[in-house]
Write a protein that binds this ligand. Structure first.
Ligand SMILES: NC(=O)c1ccc[n+]([C@@H]2O[C@H](COP(=O)([O-])OP(=O)(O)OC[C@H]3O[C@@H](n4cnc5c(N)ncnc54)[C@H](OP(=O)(O)O)[C@@H]3O)[C@@H](O)[C@H]2O)c1
Length: 396
């Protein structure tokens, strides 16, 4: 088996760098990746260290801990495609942490929609690939002064679909008391997305007061990211409308704080928004569905509104004719969470704010299901089949 590229995607995924790629591809998926973009998405095979072939001795491991094995189990993608390309392997080489990295024994891995994009090839990475973007577990070796063996950590970084993952220390955070590894793996990626998009992309500050808060609308409001967006917006005083694909999902969105919900399979969303907002429209839209909802967004957004398109659950939105924005002076954004959590202040600040929201009970995590890591294909099927609400987790 050729494993040359298994660990070669960058710690920050395709959409995090460079911004020119993000905007061009998000708005026009037919724009091909330039060779420059590809260099920025992955470590060039010619320069990438084959991280299992030349073990370094800089990583420290506590003598009391079980020795680190040479091989491990995990999920390998050798070709892009449907869920059947997610192959369970028991002989993957254990990655060796480089300087500034830690080796984490994963306990829980979060499933995110972005994992399906790397599986299908919508987002590019060299193959074979161990994908997965977030997990939590225990440090078993460290080449970073910031972490020691035995620390409980959560992280948002590549190659999480495995027993062990080498993680840049700058993308890991120690878990405070009261935050389990299960909670951290459920919360980090989607929670940071919701928090940074509300704070940074939408510019919504805390304690606006419900009567003064802007009109907001969250698509897929009972989904993983949507559930957290609804709760955070409601905590921050926005008026929240949630759309979702069934009465049961609408009920979940209402329980999370959406004052109004719209069943997007049965109701006329545009007509209902007009009615709910008395013709004003929505000031801020959070749209992770993409292609299927983009034209609707342009219809229901208020004058001077902010349209935040942040995902492709139904396919990428666009291409966009900029004149479409002129009719209402719309602000259009295509943000990526990884670009809001770059500096240590951003990464630690937002992560700790997220943990505080959870510990104080303001943010509740709904776990749809916990699957064994080897059953990840079922998790992808459920997510893509619109069968899930809240978070899908993998137990390692
Ligand atoms: N830009 C970023 O940094 C960032 C970060 C995190 C997530 N995201 C994006 O946010 C979106 C949600 O991600 P998630 O992991 O939280 O997933 P999720 O919302 O739990 O699941 C996706 C939901 O999208 C809705 N949907 C509508 N049309 C769909 C279709 N044709 N196919 C599949 N789903 C459809 C479904 O909800 P209903 O049945 O209720 O409509 C489905 O449950 C994804 O697009 C993801 O890429 C982006």
């Amino acid at each position: 088996m050729l494993l040359r590229h298994v660990y070669t995607t960058r710690s920050i995924p395709a959409l995090s760098l460079p911004s020119s790629y993000t905007s061009r591809r998000a708005l026009n998926p037919s724009v091909p990746l330039s060779s420059h973009s590809i260099r920025n998405l992955v470590r060039s095979p010619s320069t990438a260290p084959h991280r299992t072939a030349t073990p370094r001795s800089t990583a420290r491991q506590a003598s009391t801990m079980a020795p680190i094995p040479k091989n491990m189990s995990g999920i390998l993608i050798e070709e892009n495609g449907g869920v059947d390309v997610l192959k369970w392997k028991t002989d993957l080489p254990v990655p060796q942490p480089q300087d500034g990295e830690i080796l984490v024994r994963n306990e829980f891995v979060g499933v995110n929609y972005i994992d399906t994009y790397f599986r299908t090839g919508l987002y590019k990475a060299p193959l074979p690939l161990v994908t997965g973007k977030e997990a939590a577990g225990v440090v078993v070796a460290s080449s970073s002064p910031a972490f020691k063996e035995g620390d409980r950590v959560g992280y948002v970084a590549d190659h999480a679909y495995a027993e062990l993952t080498a993680v840049p220390a700058t993308k890991a955070i120690k878990l405070p008391d009261g935050i389990s590894t299960e909670t951290a793996a459920s919360a980090l990626l989607q929670g940071l997305t919701a928090l940074t998009f509300v704070r940074e992309a939408a510019g919504i500050k805390q304690a606006l007061g419900v009567s003064e808060g802007p009109w907001t609308l969250v698509h897929a409001a009972a989904g993983g990211t949507g559930s957290l967006l609804v709760q955070i917006l409601s905590v921050f005083g926005a008026k929240v409308i949630g759309t979702a694909g069934s009465p049961e999902k609408c009920e979940i969105a209402r329980k999370n704080g959406a004052q109004w919900t719209i069943d997007n399979r049965k109701e006329d969303v545009a007509a209902r928004v007009k009615e709910i907002t008395s013709g004003h429209g929505v000031d801020v839209i959070f749209d992770g569905v993409g292609k299927a909802t983009f034209d609707l967004d342009l219809e229901i957004i208020a004058r001077k509104g902010t349209l935040i398109v942040f995902g492709n659950a139904s396919g990428p939105a666009g291409p966009v004719d900029l004149f479409q924005l002129a009719a209402k002076n719309i602000k259009l954004m295509r943000p990526v969470v990884f670009n809001y959590t770059v500096t240590p202040e951003e990464w630690e600040g937002f992560s700790n704010e997220l943990f505080d929201l959870i510990k104080t009970g303001k943010l509740k995590l709904g776990i749809h299901n916990t699957y064994a890591l080897k059953d990840v294909a079922q998790a992808h099927s459920d997510l893509e089949g619109r069968k899930s609400t809240g978070k899908l987790l993998l137990k390692v």
